[in-house]
Design a protein around this ligand. Sequence first.
Ligand code: FES
Ligand SMILES: [Fe+2]
Length: 378
Amino acid sequence: MDLPTLRMQTGDRPFSDQPAQSHTIPARFYLDRDIYDREKEAIFYRSWWFAGHKSQLDQPGRFITTRIHEQSIVVTRAVDGRLHAFYNVCQHRGHELVRGSGMSRLLVCPYHAWSYDLDGQLRKAPNTGDLVNFDKCAFSLKPVRVEEFCGLVFVNLDADASPFAEQAKGLEEELRHYCPGIDNLVYAHRSNYEIASNWKVVIDNFLECYHCRVAHRDFVDMVDMVSYKSEVRRIYSSHTSQAAQANSSAFKFEKGAVDFGYAAWYVWPNLTIWIYPGEANLSTLQMLPDGPERTVEHLDWFLPSPEPSAQVRDAMRYMDEVLQPEDISLCESVQRGLHSKGYNQGRFVVDKALSHISEHAVHHFQQMVVNALGADLR
Ligand code: FES
Ligand SMILES: [Fe+2]
């Protein structure tokens, strides 16, 4: 079904492909149920979605699940060592097949025990011997695309999507530069957060450090803000600072294999990847839309061993107790403000030097949203 194009409404100001002359997207894009629903097909059901880490699928039989809005997906490591991903739904009468994560030779439906191999073939279907024209092969699980990238496992519901590495060309080199031991990391820890704001408010907030000096006292004590810069690429942007205080009020660390300050990336549509200075570490912060005005965040840590060192525990504490609460409070206040009759759109505050406080990466993200939705806001 073709939906009508999202157009300017009375009182809207134009969104331009030139950040310095563009307004931000109108407030209704963060509030409206119809736009939220459109985003499912236009964005989430056709983009690469972070599903987990290779260490969670390190032997045949392991499976993990992830949910993209209403679409539950199971990722398996099959007997031949290959990764597979399927819609997590039984082909008999539609019961959800598995929950959470686990280890099993067969995926067994809890309803009537239809059982599937890890490569999706229907293996057992009790009492189907007398059925006419029943071909088990026609009832395999429905596959979805799956790819591994630097240990991160991505799925995509769009069978025609170009490979993740192609869309995110350049990202692998950047990740490997800041985390040379990236192939040896394993899953260590997850923290969850709930935010009373639209997922795009949370992404907008991640994408600029205009607010860092104002809102993140400890972060700017640690990171050298003068060298902080944001660079936009096709489906991602990088946010890096080249130096850091090892003894800052944020957390304490010893120099690691690469001496730098802070490196983080935004990856379309809803993933951020972080590398802090010091010992090898990588964390992912994924923003999961859970209604027009609610977002759930998963912060996952990947380390050389499942048991975090004292230094990494300090970084985890800083994220949990300081940085995340600071950002969540900002995002929830923005969401309340977006309801105000006194606000509809602002401006991207950008500068020609693309300095550490320039908001060009926010524009890059909002441009991708406008394009994906096919909105005409000029
Ligand atoms: S719905 Fe799964 S076996 Fe019946
Ligand atoms: Fe922030």
